[in-house]
Write a new protein. Structure first.
Length: 179
C-alpha cells in the first residue's frame, strides 16, 4: 500500500454514495492539516432538503477550491473531473457492497447527526426513494467507472473495494477510526 505522503497535497476521493468518502476525507485533512471539500456541499444549497445549486454556481465553487495549494476533496460529479484531476496529485477510490452502503444511508438519515462528515448545513435528512434507488441500483457498479477514471489519470492511487480494505487504510496511515 502506498504511504499517504505518496498522494501529495491535493487528493481526490471518488466512490459511490455512502461508501465512506466523507469520513475518510476529514481524517486525511486532519492528518495533513489541509482544507477539506465535500462536493455535495457545493452542489446543494444549505438550509434545504438537498436542493440542487445552479450548475454555474456549483462549477465556480468547485473550480475556486481546486486552485488551492493543498486540499482533499471527495465526490464524483463526472463533468468536473477533468479540471479536478488536472490539479490533483493523488487519488483514492472507496467502495463497498451496495447493501452495506444502503445500511449506512439508512443509519445516517435516521440518526441525522449535524456533526456527520459531509452533512449539509441546516438540513434534516429524510429517506428518499430516489436515494434508495441511487444506492441500490443506479450506482451499484459505479466503482468500475471511477476505478477506470482513477487509473487512467496516471496519478498515484489507492483503491479500497471493501470495508476491510478501508479499515486497513485507516490503520496503515494511522488515521482516527470512525465511530
Amino acid at each position: 500500500m502506498l504511504p499517504l505522503a505518496a498522494l501529495g497535497k491535493r487528493i481526490v476521493i471518488l466512490g459511490p454514495s455512502n461508501a465512506g468518502k466523507s469520513t475518510l476525507v476529514v481524517a486525511i485533512a486532519n492528518r495533513l492539516d489541509i482544507p477539506v471539500f465535500h462536493l455535495d456541499q457545493f452542489r446543494h444549497l444549505p438550509n434545504t432538503d438537498w436542493q440542487v445549486r445552479p450548475d454555474d454556481e456549483f462549477a465556480a465553487l468547485h473550480d475556486a477550491a481546486i486552485l488551492g495549494e493543498s486540499w482533499v476533496m471527495e465526490g464524483n460529479y463526472s463533468r468536473l473531473m477533468p479540471q479536478r484531476f488536472a490539479r490533483a496529485t493523488g487519488g483514492i477510490l472507496v467502495t463497498s457492497n451496495h447493501w452495506l452502503r444502503f445500511g449506512r444511508y439508512l443509519k445516517r438519515t435516521l440518526i441525522n447527526r449535524k456533526d456527520r462528515a459531509g452533512h449539509l448545513e441546516g438540513t434534516k435528512d429524510s429517506i428518499k426513494w430516489s436515494m434508495i434507488e441511487w444506492v441500490l441500483i443506479k450506482t451499484r457498479n459505479s466503482h468500475v467507472k471511477y476505478g477506470r477514471v482513477l487509473r487512467e489519470s496516471g496519478l498515484p492511487a489507492i483503491e479500497c473495494h471493501t470495508a476491510k480494505a478501508l479499515n486497513d487504510l485507516y490503520e496503515a496511515w494511522d488515521l482516527p477510526v470512525p465511530h
